[in-house]
Write a protein that binds this ligand. Structure first.
Ligand code: SF4
Length: 383
């Protein structure tokens, strides 16, 4: 039986206090310049107005905090909540996640996007089972070494689950700090990131670090919003440089414009005589890595001939459906769905990477959102 237990100790606590003192150099009067004021202000605000009833806040279990922090990367709280409940119901502890099939994990992630997060979560659970006897590690170095956990996520897990003082710097917190200190430049640049981490460290308190961390997330999400910061109600307004300058929206600087590539793909929705459709597992690397999808005919190839070469089966194509657009951060994908019917009754044998699926039945594997929608449409769509 695997157990999830913290590994904190007195000596770790002493070293954290020392580290925090180093982050807050004392003035001649023995008072740190502005850090306690900053932290005290956001903590006081949080205790009156912050979010204190999120599902993962009812637990100190690092497993729960870890799952929630990974889901919250690039995804808003309201979207995450139903996924979190479903995931924790299916994988209630580290052991159940470590021993699960990756397909099952991806299935419970379907619709949440950024699927590398789910694969890393699964992989990290196996690493913890193998290298840490199934006990979630309690030091920064160990947590940050797990797949899919960066410095900010490690800081959040340690703050929430182990009450250890480490800074976080997710997108929301970055915005608050860039405005509070009027830090110029795009945070993706190394020197700007360094300055932001330095102030994040300086403000992070030793006591009440969990409340402080959640408070910063809440100020970023609900008060210091990207377009219309509500400075009049902000607990940091009195010390905020950008507010004083009257230009908070100018911080942080936007990412330099990137060209978004366009790509077109034909998804062949080949059905057999029993109405089942052929799905294949995508390669682990690349978009929708490890998820299940329709076979994709390369641009410029006649789909019927390509299918024959690929699978040794003859198909008869139907009328193509309307194209579906799907945007990624770096790519604009146009999907051209092509219904097709197998000629005869011969089919390819199912394997680890190929499956015949009857639309409407349970699949138990992860599929990307546009593929799921196409599968739903296939249910009421005769060839
Ligand atoms: S005062 Fe305004 S700009 Fe400054 S942190 Fe608060 S909401 Fe953001």
């Amino acid at each position: 039986m695997l157990m999830v237990m913290p590994k904190t100790s007195q000596s770790k606590r002493r070293s954290r206090v020392k580290r925090a003192e180093a982050c807050w150099p004392l003035t001649k009067t023995g008072v740190a310049p502005d850090a306690p004021t900053f932290a005290a202000a956001v903590i006081a605000w949080y205790r009156q107005q912050g979010r204190r009833d999120l599902p993962w806040q009812h637990s100190d279990d690092p497993y729960h905090r870890w799952v929630s922090e990974i889901m919250l990367q690039q995804t808003q709280v309201a979207t995450v909540i139903p996924y979190y409940y479903r995931f924790i119901e299916r994988f209630p502890d580290l052991q159940s996640l470590a021993t699960a099939r990756v397909d099952d994990v991806l299935d419970h992630w379907t619709g949440l996007g950024y699927y590398a997060r789910a694969r890393n979560l699964h992989h990290a659970a196996q690493v913890i089972a193998r290298d840490h006897d199934g006990v979630f590690p309690g030091t920064f170095e160990e947590v940050a070494a797990l797949p899919g956990i960066g410095r900010s996520t490690a800081g959040a897990i340690l703050a929430f689950a182990f009450h250890q003082s480490y800074p976080i710097l997710d997108g929301n917190v970055r915005r608050v700090l860039a405005r509070y200190h009027a830090i110029d430049g795009w945070p993706g640049k190394a020197d700007v990131a360094r300055r932001l981490w330095a102030v994040a460290e300086r403000h992070t308190p030793v006591e009440d670090v969990g409340d402080y961390t959640q408070a910063m997330m809440d100020v970023g999400a609900g008060v210091c919003s990207r377009r219309r910061p509500r400075c009049a109600t902000c607990p940091l307004a009195s010390g905020c440089k950008a507010h004083r300058q009257g230009n908070p929206e100018q911080y942080p600087a936007s990412r330099p414009r990137r060209t978004r590539h366009r790509r077109t793909t034909t998804m062949v929705m080949a059905r057999d005589h029993r109405g089942r459709v052929l799905l294949e597992r995508r390669p682990a690397a690349g978009i929708w890595g490890g998820l299940w999808s329709f076979p994709e005919c390369p641009a410029g190839r006649p789909p019927e001939r390509w299918f024959q070469e690929q699978f040794g089966l003859e198909i008869k194509s139907g009328v193509p459906w309307d194209p579906v657009q799907h945007g990624f951060t770096h790519l604009e994908l146009e999907i051209r769905p092509l219904p097709a019917q197998l000629v005869g009754t011969a089919i390819i044998v199912e394997s680890l990477d190929h499956v015949w699926y009857k639309p409407g039945s349970s699949l138990g594997r992860g599929v990307a959102a546009p593929v799921r929608r196409l599968l739903e449409q296939l249910q009421d769509h005769p060839f």
